[in-house]
Design a binder for this molecule. Structure first.
Ligand code: FES
Length: 106
């Protein structure tokens, strides 16, 4: 059950899509991924580029906060699914989750 303090905190937390714009992610197309998220104009969601997120071998790295969902090897073609299914629909795109961070027991 959510406490009153947690509820207040959650309402204050801005939902953000963070797209790594550092070396190896950039080399694999993260600038285009960032542009595609910006173009998607998802209500209530801020899109931002960032420095290295520490997942360079599986970039482009896309991180959703505050819930801390980490996507890996994100391409421009993946952006509509993440935007529609996850950010608007509330259901993560499991096929793109970073397995180093999100463990499966299925
Ligand atoms: S360069 Fe993107 S996670 Fe390190």
């Amino acid at each position: 059950m959510e406490t009153v303090a947690e509820g207040k905190l959650n309402k204050q937390e801005q939902r953000e899509v963070i797209v790594c714009q550092y070396r190896s992610c950039l080399a694999n197309g993260s600038a285009e991924v960032l542009a595609a998220f910006e173009a998607a104009e998802i209500p209530g969601v801020v899109v931002a580029g960032s420095g290295c997120q520490g997942q360079c071998s599986s970039g482009p790295t896309v991180r959703i906060i505050p819930e801390e969902t980490w996507y890996c090897r994100v391409t421009v073609q993946d952006v509509p699914a993440i935007a529609e299914q996850h950010l608007k629909g509330g259901k993560v795109v499991e096929a793109k989750l970073n397995p180093r961070i999100h463990l499966y027991f299925g």
